[in-house]
Design a protein around this ligand. Structure first.
Ligand SMILES: Cc1cc2nc3c(=O)[nH]c(=O)nc-3n(C[C@H](O)[C@H](O)[C@H](O)COP(=O)(O)OP(=O)(O)OC[C@H]3O[C@@H](n4cnc5c(N)ncnc54)[C@H](O)[C@@H]3O)c2cc1C
Length: 428
Protein backbone atom coordinates (compact mmCIF):
# COMPACT_ATOMS: atom_id res chain seq x y z
CA UNK A 1 0.00 0.00 0.00
CA UNK A 2 1.40 3.41 -0.99
CA UNK A 3 2.00 5.62 2.04
CA UNK A 4 0.59 9.14 2.08
CA UNK A 5 3.13 11.97 1.95
CA UNK A 6 3.76 13.81 5.23
CA UNK A 7 2.63 17.40 4.77
CA UNK A 8 3.86 20.52 6.54
CA UNK A 9 2.52 24.03 6.19
CA UNK A 10 4.68 27.03 7.15
CA UNK A 11 5.14 30.64 6.19
CA UNK A 12 8.69 30.24 4.89
CA UNK A 13 10.68 27.32 3.56
CA UNK A 14 14.49 27.45 3.57
CA UNK A 15 16.32 25.11 1.20
CA UNK A 16 19.91 24.48 2.33
CA UNK A 17 21.54 23.89 5.68
CA UNK A 18 24.78 25.80 5.44
CA UNK A 19 25.49 29.07 7.23
CA UNK A 20 23.10 30.97 4.95
CA UNK A 21 20.23 28.50 5.49
CA UNK A 22 20.63 28.43 9.26
CA UNK A 23 21.08 32.20 9.40
CA UNK A 24 17.80 32.56 7.44
CA UNK A 25 16.00 30.27 9.92
CA UNK A 26 17.37 32.28 12.85
CA UNK A 27 16.32 35.61 11.31
CA UNK A 28 12.87 34.16 10.55
CA UNK A 29 12.54 32.95 14.14
CA UNK A 30 13.53 36.45 15.40
CA UNK A 31 10.63 37.85 13.41
CA UNK A 32 8.14 35.29 14.64
CA UNK A 33 7.78 33.65 11.23
CA UNK A 34 7.14 29.92 11.07
CA UNK A 35 9.72 28.15 8.94
CA UNK A 36 10.72 24.75 7.61
CA UNK A 37 14.27 23.96 6.54
CA UNK A 38 15.70 21.14 4.42
CA UNK A 39 19.32 20.35 3.70
CA UNK A 40 22.00 17.75 3.86
CA UNK A 41 25.60 18.14 4.97
CA UNK A 42 27.32 20.95 3.13
CA UNK A 43 30.44 23.01 3.66
CA UNK A 44 29.53 23.92 7.24
CA UNK A 45 31.51 20.91 8.53
CA UNK A 46 34.55 22.16 6.64
CA UNK A 47 34.77 25.64 8.11
CA UNK A 48 37.36 26.88 10.55
CA UNK A 49 34.55 28.33 12.67
CA UNK A 50 35.70 31.87 11.86
CA UNK A 51 33.05 34.25 10.55
CA UNK A 52 34.68 36.35 7.83
CA UNK A 53 32.98 39.52 6.69
CA UNK A 54 35.56 40.73 4.16
CA UNK A 55 39.27 39.96 4.42
CA UNK A 56 40.49 41.21 1.07
CA UNK A 57 39.36 43.82 -1.45
CA UNK A 58 41.05 44.85 -4.68
CA UNK A 59 44.18 42.91 -3.72
CA UNK A 60 44.54 44.48 -0.25
CA UNK A 61 44.42 42.49 2.99
CA UNK A 62 41.95 44.35 5.17
CA UNK A 63 42.37 45.45 8.72
CA UNK A 64 39.12 47.42 8.52
CA UNK A 65 36.41 45.44 6.68
CA UNK A 66 34.03 48.41 6.79
CA UNK A 67 36.49 50.55 4.80
CA UNK A 68 36.97 47.48 2.59
CA UNK A 69 33.25 47.49 1.85
CA UNK A 70 33.57 51.05 0.51
CA UNK A 71 36.30 49.86 -1.88
CA UNK A 72 34.17 46.84 -2.83
CA UNK A 73 31.15 49.01 -3.60
CA UNK A 74 33.31 51.20 -5.82
CA UNK A 75 35.12 48.35 -7.65
CA UNK A 76 32.51 45.55 -7.56
CA UNK A 77 29.02 47.08 -7.36
CA UNK A 78 27.39 43.73 -8.25
CA UNK A 79 29.03 41.86 -5.33
CA UNK A 80 26.28 40.70 -2.91
CA UNK A 81 27.89 42.63 -0.04
CA UNK A 82 28.01 45.82 -2.14
CA UNK A 83 24.21 45.66 -2.35
CA UNK A 84 23.57 45.55 1.39
CA UNK A 85 23.92 48.61 3.61
CA UNK A 86 26.51 48.70 6.38
CA UNK A 87 23.66 49.02 8.88
CA UNK A 88 22.06 45.77 7.70
CA UNK A 89 25.41 43.95 7.56
CA UNK A 90 26.17 45.07 11.14
CA UNK A 91 22.72 44.08 12.36
CA UNK A 92 22.93 40.68 10.68
CA UNK A 93 26.34 39.89 12.22
CA UNK A 94 25.31 41.12 15.68
CA UNK A 95 22.08 39.14 15.67
CA UNK A 96 23.71 36.01 14.29
CA UNK A 97 26.69 35.93 16.69
CA UNK A 98 24.40 36.76 19.62
CA UNK A 99 22.11 33.89 18.63
CA UNK A 100 25.08 31.50 18.40
CA UNK A 101 26.29 32.52 21.86
CA UNK A 102 22.78 32.17 23.32
CA UNK A 103 22.33 28.75 21.71
CA UNK A 104 25.55 27.43 23.24
CA UNK A 105 28.64 28.26 21.15
CA UNK A 106 30.13 31.57 22.34
CA UNK A 107 31.35 33.96 19.64
CA UNK A 108 33.25 37.24 19.96
CA UNK A 109 31.33 40.45 19.34
CA UNK A 110 31.94 41.65 15.75
CA UNK A 111 33.86 44.93 15.94
CA UNK A 112 35.27 47.71 13.79
CA UNK A 113 38.41 45.81 12.82
CA UNK A 114 39.28 42.36 11.59
CA UNK A 115 40.91 39.97 14.03
CA UNK A 116 44.11 38.28 12.87
CA UNK A 117 43.17 34.64 13.37
CA UNK A 118 45.36 31.52 13.33
CA UNK A 119 45.14 28.87 10.60
CA UNK A 120 46.26 25.23 11.03
CA UNK A 121 49.26 25.64 8.73
CA UNK A 122 50.60 28.54 10.79
CA UNK A 123 49.26 31.29 8.57
CA UNK A 124 47.22 34.26 9.78
CA UNK A 125 43.94 35.43 8.25
CA UNK A 126 41.63 38.38 8.80
CA UNK A 127 38.17 37.58 10.12
CA UNK A 128 35.43 39.45 12.00
CA UNK A 129 34.27 37.08 14.72
CA UNK A 130 35.73 33.89 16.20
CA UNK A 131 34.56 31.23 18.63
CA UNK A 132 35.40 32.20 22.24
CA UNK A 133 37.52 29.03 22.43
CA UNK A 134 39.88 30.56 19.81
CA UNK A 135 40.08 34.12 21.13
CA UNK A 136 43.11 33.69 23.44
CA UNK A 137 45.26 32.57 20.48
CA UNK A 138 44.69 35.87 18.70
CA UNK A 139 45.63 37.78 21.86
CA UNK A 140 48.71 35.60 22.47
CA UNK A 141 49.89 36.12 18.88
CA UNK A 142 49.50 39.89 19.24
CA UNK A 143 51.44 39.87 22.52
CA UNK A 144 54.14 37.45 21.25
CA UNK A 145 53.39 35.42 24.38
CA UNK A 146 55.30 32.25 25.26
CA UNK A 147 53.09 29.49 23.95
CA UNK A 148 53.12 25.72 24.12
CA UNK A 149 51.56 24.30 20.94
CA UNK A 150 50.37 20.72 21.21
CA UNK A 151 49.48 18.01 18.74
CA UNK A 152 48.53 14.43 19.42
CA UNK A 153 49.98 11.07 18.56
CA UNK A 154 48.05 9.59 15.62
CA UNK A 155 46.24 12.84 14.79
CA UNK A 156 46.23 14.04 11.19
CA UNK A 157 45.20 17.46 9.95
CA UNK A 158 47.27 19.43 12.45
CA UNK A 159 51.01 19.51 13.06
CA UNK A 160 52.31 21.63 15.94
CA UNK A 161 55.77 21.63 14.35
CA UNK A 162 54.44 22.94 11.03
CA UNK A 163 52.38 25.56 12.84
CA UNK A 164 55.35 26.78 14.92
CA UNK A 165 57.82 26.69 12.02
CA UNK A 166 55.62 28.70 9.69
CA UNK A 167 54.71 31.28 12.32
CA UNK A 168 58.21 31.61 13.79
CA UNK A 169 59.18 34.73 11.79
CA UNK A 170 56.32 36.68 13.41
CA UNK A 171 55.68 34.76 16.67
CA UNK A 172 58.99 33.71 18.15
CA UNK A 173 58.00 32.41 21.56
CA UNK A 174 56.48 29.06 20.70
CA UNK A 175 57.41 25.49 21.44
CA UNK A 176 55.82 22.48 19.72
CA UNK A 177 55.21 19.20 21.48
CA UNK A 178 53.37 15.92 20.87
CA UNK A 179 51.26 14.23 23.53
CA UNK A 180 49.16 11.11 23.53
CA UNK A 181 45.44 11.63 24.16
CA UNK A 182 43.94 9.76 27.14
CA UNK A 183 42.77 6.27 26.14
CA UNK A 184 44.06 6.79 22.58
CA UNK A 185 47.74 6.00 23.14
CA UNK A 186 48.30 3.17 20.64
CA UNK A 187 49.59 5.41 17.86
CA UNK A 188 46.67 4.46 15.59
CA UNK A 189 44.91 7.33 13.83
CA UNK A 190 42.83 9.54 16.14
CA UNK A 191 40.10 11.92 14.97
CA UNK A 192 39.42 15.46 16.27
CA UNK A 193 35.67 14.82 16.47
CA UNK A 194 36.17 11.73 18.64
CA UNK A 195 38.63 13.57 20.90
CA UNK A 196 36.20 16.50 21.20
CA UNK A 197 33.39 14.20 22.31
CA UNK A 198 35.75 12.49 24.78
CA UNK A 199 36.65 15.86 26.34
CA UNK A 200 33.05 16.39 27.36
CA UNK A 201 33.80 13.83 30.07
CA UNK A 202 35.35 15.62 33.10
CA UNK A 203 37.69 12.70 33.93
CA UNK A 204 39.24 12.85 30.43
CA UNK A 205 39.78 16.59 30.84
CA UNK A 206 41.58 15.98 34.12
CA UNK A 207 43.84 13.32 32.60
CA UNK A 208 44.69 15.52 29.61
CA UNK A 209 45.36 18.55 31.82
CA UNK A 210 47.89 16.51 33.88
CA UNK A 211 49.75 15.57 30.67
CA UNK A 212 49.77 19.18 29.43
CA UNK A 213 50.94 20.58 32.78
CA UNK A 214 53.90 18.20 32.75
CA UNK A 215 55.11 19.94 29.54
CA UNK A 216 54.17 23.50 30.46
CA UNK A 217 57.50 24.78 31.91
CA UNK A 218 57.35 28.61 31.57
CA UNK A 219 54.73 28.79 28.79
CA UNK A 220 52.14 31.54 29.36
CA UNK A 221 49.44 29.88 27.26
CA UNK A 222 48.59 26.62 25.52
CA UNK A 223 47.40 26.11 21.94
CA UNK A 224 45.54 22.91 21.07
CA UNK A 225 43.93 21.73 17.85
CA UNK A 226 40.18 22.43 17.96
CA UNK A 227 38.98 19.53 20.13
CA UNK A 228 37.43 21.25 23.14
CA UNK A 229 34.01 19.60 23.11
CA UNK A 230 31.10 19.49 20.69
CA UNK A 231 28.05 20.47 22.71
CA UNK A 232 29.49 22.63 25.50
CA UNK A 233 32.76 23.99 24.12
CA UNK A 234 32.81 27.05 26.40
CA UNK A 235 32.41 24.90 29.51
CA UNK A 236 35.13 22.47 28.35
CA UNK A 237 37.38 25.42 27.51
CA UNK A 238 36.88 27.13 30.89
CA UNK A 239 37.48 23.89 32.72
CA UNK A 240 40.70 23.14 30.84
CA UNK A 241 42.00 26.66 31.54
CA UNK A 242 41.23 26.18 35.23
CA UNK A 243 42.92 22.77 35.36
CA UNK A 244 46.02 23.90 33.45
CA UNK A 245 46.24 27.35 35.05
CA UNK A 246 47.04 29.42 31.92
CA UNK A 247 44.93 30.65 28.97
CA UNK A 248 44.12 27.89 26.50
CA UNK A 249 43.14 28.40 22.87
CA UNK A 250 42.00 26.24 19.99
CA UNK A 251 43.58 26.29 16.53
CA UNK A 252 41.29 25.18 13.67
CA UNK A 253 42.20 21.85 12.03
CA UNK A 254 41.79 20.70 8.45
CA UNK A 255 38.27 19.64 7.41
CA UNK A 256 36.09 18.02 8.53
CA UNK A 257 36.64 20.23 11.55
CA UNK A 258 35.11 20.32 14.99
CA UNK A 259 34.19 24.02 14.88
CA UNK A 260 31.79 23.44 11.98
CA UNK A 261 30.41 20.15 13.35
CA UNK A 262 29.63 22.00 16.59
CA UNK A 263 27.61 24.61 14.75
CA UNK A 264 25.71 22.05 12.70
CA UNK A 265 24.80 19.91 15.71
CA UNK A 266 23.78 22.96 17.73
CA UNK A 267 21.54 24.28 14.96
CA UNK A 268 19.98 20.85 14.52
CA UNK A 269 19.20 20.55 18.22
CA UNK A 270 18.24 24.06 19.25
CA UNK A 271 16.29 25.41 16.29
CA UNK A 272 13.68 22.60 16.14
CA UNK A 273 13.16 23.07 19.88
CA UNK A 274 12.37 26.72 19.02
CA UNK A 275 9.73 25.85 16.45
CA UNK A 276 11.69 25.21 13.25
CA UNK A 277 10.48 22.25 11.18
CA UNK A 278 13.84 20.78 10.21
CA UNK A 279 14.25 17.94 7.72
CA UNK A 280 18.00 17.25 8.12
CA UNK A 281 20.29 15.23 5.85
CA UNK A 282 17.87 15.41 2.91
CA UNK A 283 17.76 17.23 -0.38
CA UNK A 284 14.74 18.98 -1.85
CA UNK A 285 13.89 17.24 -5.10
CA UNK A 286 11.50 19.81 -6.56
CA UNK A 287 10.27 23.31 -5.79
CA UNK A 288 7.07 24.51 -7.44
CA UNK A 289 5.65 28.01 -7.48
CA UNK A 290 1.99 28.26 -8.41
CA UNK A 291 -1.33 29.70 -7.24
CA UNK A 292 -1.20 27.44 -4.19
CA UNK A 293 2.08 29.06 -3.05
CA UNK A 294 5.49 27.42 -2.77
CA UNK A 295 5.61 23.62 -2.62
CA UNK A 296 8.77 21.66 -1.91
CA UNK A 297 8.93 17.90 -2.49
CA UNK A 298 11.43 15.48 -1.04
CA UNK A 299 11.75 11.99 0.29
CA UNK A 300 13.29 10.82 3.56
CA UNK A 301 13.64 7.36 5.07
CA UNK A 302 9.99 7.45 6.24
CA UNK A 303 8.64 8.31 2.79
CA UNK A 304 7.53 11.36 0.81
CA UNK A 305 7.44 14.83 2.40
CA UNK A 306 5.61 17.86 1.03
CA UNK A 307 6.18 21.33 2.45
CA UNK A 308 3.81 24.15 1.59
CA UNK A 309 4.85 27.73 2.27
CA UNK A 310 4.22 31.31 1.22
CA UNK A 311 7.86 32.17 0.45
CA UNK A 312 11.10 30.27 -0.18
CA UNK A 313 14.75 31.06 0.44
CA UNK A 314 17.17 29.16 -1.76
CA UNK A 315 20.50 28.77 0.10
CA UNK A 316 21.95 25.74 -1.63
CA UNK A 317 25.61 26.83 -1.91
CA UNK A 318 27.96 26.23 -4.79
CA UNK A 319 29.58 23.21 -6.42
CA UNK A 320 30.78 21.43 -3.27
CA UNK A 321 27.33 21.53 -1.66
CA UNK A 322 25.47 20.81 -4.88
CA UNK A 323 23.62 24.12 -5.39
CA UNK A 324 25.51 24.59 -8.68
CA UNK A 325 26.83 21.95 -11.03
CA UNK A 326 28.91 22.10 -14.18
CA UNK A 327 29.27 19.85 -17.20
CA UNK A 328 31.73 20.31 -20.03
CA UNK A 329 30.09 23.46 -21.28
CA UNK A 330 27.81 25.16 -18.79
CA UNK A 331 27.16 25.89 -15.11
CA UNK A 332 23.65 25.05 -13.93
CA UNK A 333 21.54 25.64 -10.83
CA UNK A 334 20.45 22.20 -9.66
CA UNK A 335 17.01 22.51 -8.04
CA UNK A 336 14.99 24.72 -10.41
CA UNK A 337 17.34 25.14 -13.37
CA UNK A 338 17.42 28.86 -12.68
CA UNK A 339 19.42 31.14 -14.91
CA UNK A 340 23.10 31.22 -13.85
CA UNK A 341 25.34 34.19 -14.50
CA UNK A 342 28.62 32.75 -15.86
CA UNK A 343 31.43 33.36 -18.35
CA UNK A 344 30.28 33.29 -21.98
CA UNK A 345 32.19 30.13 -22.83
CA UNK A 346 34.11 27.40 -21.06
CA UNK A 347 37.34 28.83 -22.47
CA UNK A 348 36.76 31.82 -20.19
CA UNK A 349 36.21 29.84 -16.97
CA UNK A 350 39.84 29.86 -15.91
CA UNK A 351 42.75 32.18 -16.39
CA UNK A 352 46.03 30.87 -17.75
CA UNK A 353 47.87 31.14 -14.45
CA UNK A 354 46.38 28.98 -11.67
CA UNK A 355 47.55 31.42 -9.00
CA UNK A 356 46.38 34.55 -10.85
CA UNK A 357 45.61 37.06 -8.06
CA UNK A 358 42.38 38.06 -9.82
CA UNK A 359 40.97 34.55 -9.35
CA UNK A 360 39.07 32.55 -11.97
CA UNK A 361 35.85 33.87 -13.56
CA UNK A 362 33.98 30.55 -13.07
CA UNK A 363 34.22 31.09 -9.30
CA UNK A 364 31.99 34.13 -9.65
CA UNK A 365 29.20 32.18 -11.36
CA UNK A 366 25.87 32.04 -9.57
CA UNK A 367 22.41 33.49 -9.34
CA UNK A 368 21.77 37.04 -10.42
CA UNK A 369 19.34 38.74 -8.00
CA UNK A 370 17.47 42.03 -7.73
CA UNK A 371 17.61 44.44 -4.77
CA UNK A 372 15.22 42.16 -2.84
CA UNK A 373 17.52 39.16 -3.40
CA UNK A 374 15.02 37.54 -5.77
CA UNK A 375 16.67 35.39 -8.50
CA UNK A 376 16.30 36.83 -12.00
CA UNK A 377 15.42 35.24 -15.30
CA UNK A 378 17.55 35.79 -18.40
CA UNK A 379 15.30 38.76 -19.22
CA UNK A 380 16.28 40.46 -15.93
CA UNK A 381 12.87 40.01 -14.28
CA UNK A 382 12.34 38.18 -10.96
CA UNK A 383 11.53 34.48 -11.39
CA UNK A 384 8.76 34.84 -8.81
CA UNK A 385 7.85 37.39 -6.15
CA UNK A 386 7.98 34.61 -3.52
CA UNK A 387 11.42 33.20 -4.33
CA UNK A 388 14.58 34.60 -2.68
CA UNK A 389 18.22 33.48 -2.67
CA UNK A 390 21.03 33.81 -0.13
CA UNK A 391 24.61 32.68 0.45
CA UNK A 392 27.33 31.57 -1.87
CA UNK A 393 24.91 30.43 -4.58
CA UNK A 394 24.83 34.15 -5.46
CA UNK A 395 26.87 35.46 -8.39
CA UNK A 396 29.65 38.06 -8.46
CA UNK A 397 31.57 36.94 -5.40
CA UNK A 398 34.67 34.78 -4.92
CA UNK A 399 34.34 34.03 -1.23
CA UNK A 400 37.56 32.00 -0.96
CA UNK A 401 39.75 34.73 -2.40
CA UNK A 402 37.86 37.62 -0.82
CA UNK A 403 37.49 35.90 2.55
CA UNK A 404 33.81 36.73 2.72
CA UNK A 405 32.11 33.28 3.05
CA UNK A 406 30.19 33.92 6.26
CA UNK A 407 29.71 37.60 5.37
CA UNK A 408 27.88 36.79 2.14
CA UNK A 409 25.92 33.99 3.85
CA UNK A 410 24.78 35.93 6.93
CA UNK A 411 24.15 39.36 5.40
CA UNK A 412 22.33 38.05 2.32
CA UNK A 413 20.20 35.73 4.48
CA UNK A 414 19.21 38.75 6.55
CA UNK A 415 18.35 40.75 3.45
CA UNK A 416 16.42 37.87 1.85
CA UNK A 417 14.38 37.20 5.02
CA UNK A 418 13.67 40.91 5.32
CA UNK A 419 12.36 41.01 1.75
CA UNK A 420 10.42 37.75 2.18
CA UNK A 421 8.67 39.26 5.21
CA UNK A 422 7.30 41.99 2.96
CA UNK A 423 5.79 39.29 0.74
CA UNK A 424 4.27 37.56 3.76
CA UNK A 425 2.71 40.77 4.99
CA UNK A 426 1.14 41.45 1.59
CA UNK A 427 -0.31 37.92 1.57
CA UNK A 428 -1.65 38.17 5.14
C1 LIG B 1 37.32 24.29 3.67
C2 LIG B 1 36.43 25.47 3.95
C3 LIG B 1 36.83 26.41 4.90
C4 LIG B 1 36.02 27.51 5.15
N1 LIG B 1 36.44 28.44 6.07
C5 LIG B 1 35.71 29.54 6.27
C6 LIG B 1 36.14 30.55 7.16
O1 LIG B 1 37.19 30.45 7.80
N2 LIG B 1 35.36 31.64 7.33
C7 LIG B 1 34.19 31.82 6.64
O2 LIG B 1 33.55 32.85 6.81
N3 LIG B 1 33.73 30.88 5.79
C8 LIG B 1 34.48 29.76 5.59
N4 LIG B 1 34.03 28.80 4.71
C9 LIG B 1 32.81 29.09 3.95
C10 LIG B 1 31.54 28.68 4.67
O3 LIG B 1 31.63 27.42 5.20
C11 LIG B 1 30.33 28.58 3.74
O4 LIG B 1 30.73 27.97 2.56
C12 LIG B 1 29.79 29.85 3.38
O5 LIG B 1 29.57 30.56 4.49
C13 LIG B 1 28.57 29.63 2.47
O6 LIG B 1 27.45 29.14 3.14
P1 LIG B 1 26.13 28.77 2.31
O7 LIG B 1 25.13 28.44 3.33
O8 LIG B 1 25.86 29.79 1.30
O9 LIG B 1 26.53 27.47 1.48
P2 LIG B 1 26.92 25.96 1.99
O10 LIG B 1 27.59 26.07 3.29
O11 LIG B 1 27.64 25.43 0.84
O12 LIG B 1 25.52 25.31 2.22
C14 LIG B 1 24.63 24.94 1.20
C15 LIG B 1 23.68 23.90 1.72
O13 LIG B 1 22.67 23.63 0.78
C16 LIG B 1 22.44 22.23 0.75
N5 LIG B 1 21.79 21.87 -0.51
C17 LIG B 1 22.24 21.90 -1.78
N6 LIG B 1 21.28 21.49 -2.63
C18 LIG B 1 20.18 21.21 -1.88
C19 LIG B 1 18.87 20.75 -2.16
N7 LIG B 1 18.45 20.46 -3.40
N8 LIG B 1 18.01 20.56 -1.13
C20 LIG B 1 18.37 20.82 0.15
N9 LIG B 1 19.61 21.27 0.47
C21 LIG B 1 20.51 21.45 -0.53
C22 LIG B 1 23.80 21.64 0.96
O14 LIG B 1 23.75 20.31 1.35
C23 LIG B 1 24.32 22.57 2.06
O15 LIG B 1 23.86 22.16 3.31
C24 LIG B 1 34.80 27.67 4.47
C25 LIG B 1 34.38 26.70 3.56
C26 LIG B 1 35.20 25.63 3.28
C27 LIG B 1 34.74 24.64 2.25
Amino acid sequence: MKQQARQYKTQMVVVGSGLAGFAASIFARDRGITAAQIGNTGTIAYTTGYLDLLGSASGMVLDDPWKGLEVLRRDEPCHPLSRITDDNIRTSFHRFTKALSEMGVGYTEPGEHNLMALLPSGLIKPTLSVPETMRAGIEAYKADAKALIINFLGMQGFSATEFVTNLEPVWRNMIATTLSFPDMESGAQVYPEVMARALEVPAIREQLAVRIKAKLTDAECVGLPAILGIHKPDLVHRDMQKLIGVPVFEIPTLPPAVAGIRLREMFEQVLPANGLTLVPQQKAERLDLDDGGVTVYLEDSFGAVVIKAQAAILATGRFLSGGLTADHGIVRETLMDLSVSQPASRDDWHRQNYLDPRGHPVNRSGLEVDEHFRPLNDDGRPVDARLFAAGTVLAHQDWVRQRCGAGVAIASAYQAVDAACETLSTQA
